[in-house]
Design a protein around this ligand. Structure first.
Ligand code: PHE
Length: 469
């Protein structure tokens, strides 16, 4: 019954693909703007703690479950017990919902590559208005979203090692290099030091349940956790690979790139007088402003930066799409082509609505928010955090300890001195911590109705778990 699973071509290829999934809009677009709107340093501190303790241990648990079952998310949970099937299904839904807005922002990034040639940089004072007008336009962002989605389809249709691995290998290092250069440029601008203190001097009066939940959700989002993606990737990993080494590298890379993006953004924002709390448009305003003030080379940097940014987004969104495609292939026995077709149709519809919700459909609200925010809040503040908690409970309580130990140590071949600590995190600390943060976030959050509805939907899925395919 079990069909042959393709393996990753090489260890480097796997790391690049997993890091490619992790590093994306989450690091470069979402992390800086959340930092800006959540008050800076205190948010960053909590974020880094969550990423390194909760995130890393959850990632290792996902790799372990994936390789142990050799199945993509839904299949993996189902194999442990049918009672858990719904968590896999929830992960597929999460991937689908994230892909209901991710390509919208991916489309903005793609469009900005070309805006480098259309005079955007000649008018630094208008950069902010140009962005506002662009995303609320009823047609333009839709075209770019479709172009971006088409790139995803082209890669995913080729299958795992062919497409994903190649894309990751070439373009991740490019992005890293560019961010370093931009950060150095930003840091050497007059007035940049205010940005550095904003980033690294925590103001704890800004911390509340809502900020903590935002940081936790962001850690899950950025590390691609709590929705089955890393389970699926782990399932392709060879039995000889060191799971904890891989998890550590991916977590550190992802966290460093987020911090680096912060360093590239805030010193420059302060130097040029851009409001750090500008929201989702932050990167699309700060970066072109930096480049516009660079003189002749600015245009080259602008184009290079938005290419690398778009590619980073692509290596993440293909992994999201892969989760949904794998679901159709494994659970509904579709061919890859059919699976990609169904997935794409659903995504286009959601993305159109999400994009329009920032303009002509701004007044259309579901549970108090527009479509874009609905998908964003539901996935990041509810499904991923709870998904991570349920993953921990599944691995910690429903799989034999011995099996987990054997899987994570390659049957005793690798040493894992911290096994007890990790296992304790998975069984007790993470689930309790996530519960506390979620509840306090729920209490402090203004979108309570939506979050409660999200939790209720998880309850319904849990009840029907055994009936799910
Ligand atoms: N981690 C990706 C990013 O930061 C987003 C993502 C989330 C990808 C979940 C896969 C799964 O952009």
């Amino acid at each position: 019954m079990s069909h042959e699973r393709e393996n990753w071509g090489s260890r480097f290829g796997f790391i690049m693909a997993a890091a490619g999934s992790a590093v994306g809009l989450g690091n470069i677009w979402r992390f800086p703007y959340l930092t800006g709107t959540s008050g800076g340093g205190a948010f960053i501190l909590v974020y880094v703690l969550f990423a390194l303790f909760v995130g890393l241990s959850v990632m290792l648990a996902e790799f372990t479950l994936g390789r142990y079952t050799a199945k993509a998310a839904t299949g993996a949970y189902k194999q442990v017990s049918r009672q858990w099937t719904f968590v896999g299904f929830m992960g597929v839904l999460t991937a689908l919902f994230i892909m209901g807005f991710y390509p919208v922002v991916g489309g903005w990034a793609t469009a900005y590559i070309f805006k480098g040639f259309t005079g955007l940089l000649q008018h630094p004072e208008a950069v902010e208005d140009v962005f506002g007008a662009f995303i609320s336009d009823p047609v333009q962002p839709l075209i770019w979203m479709v172009i971006y989605l088409a790139l995803n389809i082209a890669i995913v249709i080729k299958g795992i090692s062919g497409g994903i691995e190649k894309a990751g290998k070439v373009l991740m290092p490019t992005l890293f290099l560019l961010l370093v250069i931009i950060a150095i440029r930003g840091l050497t601008l007059p007035g940049a030091s205010a940005g550095v203190s904003f980033l690294f001097k925590p103001d704890f009066s800004k911390l509340d349940g809502s900020v903590a939940l935002a940081a936790l959700g962001q850690a899950f989002f950025s590390l691609s956790l709590g929705m089955g993606c890393m389970i699926t990737y782990g399932s392709f990993l060879a039995k000889t690979e060191d799971l904890k080494g891989n998890a550590l590298i991916v977590t550190i890379m992802d966290t460093c790139i987020a911090l680096l993006a912060g360093l590239a953004m805030f010193p420059a924002a302060f130097a040029y007088g851009v409001d750090p709390a500008a929201g989702p448009g932050l990167i699309f305003v700060v970066m072109p402003t930096v480049f516009a003030n660079m003189g002749g080379l600015g245009q080259v940097f602008h184009v290079l930066f938005f290419i690398a940014f778009t590619v980073a987004a692509l290596t993440s969104s293909i992994s999201l799409m892969e989760v949904v495609v794998d679901y159709f292939i494994e659970q509904h026995h579709k061919t890859r082509k059919q699976a990609v077709l169904y997935t794409s149709i659903i995504m286009v519809i959601m993305c159109v609505l999400a994009s329009l919700s920032l303009g002509v459909m701004a007044d259309f609200h579901i549970l108090g928010v527009g479509v874009f925010d609905f998908l964003d809040i539901l996935t990041d503040k509810v499904y991923m955090a709870i998904g991570g908690m349920l993953l921990c409970l599944c691995v910690g309580w429903s799989v034999k300890k011995e099996d987990i130990y054997n899987e994570v140590t390659n049957n005793g071949e690798l040493k894992f001195g911290l096994f007890g600590l990790w296992y304790g995190l998975i069984r007790f600390v993470n689930p309790i911590l996530i519960a506390i943060v979620s509840v306090s976030g729920l209490i402090a959050n203004e979108n309570r109705a939506l979050m409660i509805a999200g939790l209720a939907s998880i309850g319904v899925m849990a009840i029907f778990s055994k009936k799910m395919s």
